[in-house]
Design a protein around this ligand. Sequence first.
Ligand SMILES: [Zn+2]
Length: 342
Amino acid sequence: MVDPRWITFIIVLPCLVGVLDASAGDADPLYRDCVRECETTGCVRERCFTNCKFLLNGSSIDGPWYMQEPLFLHWRQWDCQSDCRYHCMVEREKERAAVNQGPVKYHGKWPFRRLYGFQEPVSVAFSALNLAMHFHGWLSFFILLHYKLPLKQDKQPYYDFTGLWHIYALLSMNSWFWSAVFHSRDVVLTERLDYSSAVALLGYSLILAILRSFNVRDEAGRVMVAAPLLAFITTHILYLNNYKMDYGWNMQVCVVMAVTQLVVWAVWAGVTHHPSRWKLWIVVVGGGLAMLLEIYDFPPYKGYVDAHALWHATTVPLTFIWWSFIRDDAEFRTSNLIKKVK
Ligand SMILES: [Zn+2]
């Protein structure tokens, strides 16, 4: 069934992006000097930033209580850093363009142009669209189970993976929400939330892949599969947030989890007689092609559309087909289970 691939890629992506943290752009001494100066003066050339000024002139000391909250101060610090990096990058890129040099990456990212304060507007839009697709898929799944298919005497659906897909929907929507936030403004907090959500979704979809493909239906079996994986995912997220944001290690973890679920789904797709296998194959092929976009990592066209944004675009139709597969699975299993009962 399904699609492990794109789930996989959804997740591997932020992981991969993270690995490239040190880049040519931010290694440039001119850029570094600019950022250092900006963080001490609050200005790049004639442009000055309120959040930097706020930190520099110490006005937080006599501000209202909420402005003295550690999180709020952190936010200002991060936003000051983000503004300094952005405007120093813009200045450096102008200078590079003037001598016919192509764009380079800064802190693992291409030089994007902000639009209404959004750092990567196209990726934000597609993240929001993915979120909407998951919501639509989840809603139609819910309606199918509770209003269209027959229910058991206790009013519960026959489909024995219902709860697991509900959790999957919530984790997916959570992940796309933070993806949209992260692409809006890349600061420490948004990065952590995006990475943590992505790891949680990837880990959970691995559990789901195993439970569904091996048709694990009893509680004890499900706990035996889920417990060690949940323990590992939780530890990994805590490690990233509280000990070290280790991009290389995180990528290894993501790749192993992604490849494992990929193999699980692929083998299952090969042996099952599921009537909607073709949907799985579409998602598989689509996911594979989408992955090429991530490998062929070109700089943003006109400062807006890069490979990563297009990759987020491709997951929109894949999400639609994926949920369609999940609904088919619910229908297929429900009719099988009813036949068995009779
Ligand atoms: Zn992204």
